[in-house]
Design a protein around this ligand. Structure first.
Ligand code: ADP
Ligand code: MG
Length: 281
């Protein structure tokens, strides 16, 4: 599938692409990412997203897209990515560590401003919004409320969904413990359960499914299918290509901040697998 040179909102969805995953008819565009660039700036060892001033974690940066200028280092994490997602589409994102997958999702969620280019989203993107507000020192119960409110639910709606969310997450009475006490798998499952409760327009899952057991993955896949059927758009970042292929008909492969391939998951995952194999050996 190719990306149109010019993005024109007047165009009909069916003119944009002939690619129909699983023969499904897809809806109108839910998300347009247009020549997106995201550059992080790191001052004196502290990481700050360009144009935002949000301090991040210090990690060693040895990336080809890293530019050193005196005391200032720039990391061009996303470099000119364009694609269109439609209602009713599940899209996988694959790429080696540091290729820019999480940055792309954060920019789609509006958590990092683009350095250049634009992101147009219809409706509220979810999950990263939830991740940003959850607090480890509070109980799972409190975080369900906070996360639900962040997704635009009313307190009554959150209360009505509370039992379902806890049951889905499978964490039982641990819901009354602070989230700091959870294993990474438990908090990932609770985050997923909260995010999926609101039937968001755009659901983004960043490495959150890898931690669950087979039963949880099965439930998650059903929930993702339901959201997609309600004409939402789902993005899934996962190291498990089998998970990506089973959930997503379409996959984007990102490398060094650039979109190298966009098409049917079987083709993209096969090409990515071959690339990783070549790198390893
Ligand atoms: N908060 C940050 N500040 C500065 N650089 C960052 C920050 N987050 C990620 N990076 C850098 O941006 C690049 C892309 O990272 P990321 O989007 O996390 O990739 P992925 O999710 O594919 O592993 C990497 O070089 C990473 O070190
Ligand atoms: Mg990541």
């Amino acid at each position: 599938m190719s990306i149109p040179e010019e993005i024109d909102f007047e165009v009909d969805a069916e003119d944009l692409s002939e690619f129909k995953p699983n023969g499904r008819e897809l809806g109108a565009p839910s998300l347009v990412v247009d020549d997106l660039y995201v550059t992080y700036r790191i001052f004196g060892g502290k990481r700050v997203a360009a144009g935002q001033g949000r301090p991040g974690v210090l990690k060693r940066v040895l990336n080809r897209s890293t530019v050193h200028m005196g005391g200032l280092t720039s990391v061009e994490a996303v470099r000119g990515i364009s694609f269109i997602a439609r209602h009713g589409e599940s899209i996988g994102i694959v790429g080696v560590n540091g290729s820019g997958k999480s940055t792309l999702l954060r920019a789609i969620a509006g958590l990092i401003p683009p350095t250049e280019g634009s992101v147009y989203v219809s409706g509220e993107p979810s999950l990263l919004g939830v991740n940003a507000v959850l607090m480890g020192s509070l109980t799972g119960e409190r975080n369900v409320m906070i996360g639900g409110l962040a997704l635009g639910l009313s307190p009554e709606e959150v209360r009505a969904k509370f039992d379902d969310i806890v049951e889905f997450s499978g964490i039982g009475d641990s819901i009354y413990l602070p989230m700091n006490a959870y294993s990474s798998g438990m908090s990932a499952r609770l985050r997923f359960a909260i995010s999926a409760a609101a039937v968001p327009d755009v659901l983004m899952i960043d490495e959150a499914l890898a931690t669950g057991d087979a039963a949880f993955r099965r439930k998650s896949k059903d929930r993702i299918d339901a959201i997609r059927d309600e004409a939402g758009t789902v993005f899934l970042v996962s190291h498990s290509l089998a998970t990506v292929e089973s959930i997503c008909a379409r996959t984007l492969w990102i490398h060094q901040g650039k979109l190298v391939m966009d098409g049917p998951s079987t083709e993209v995952c096969a090409a990515y697998k071959a690339f990783v194999k070549k790198q390893d050996g």
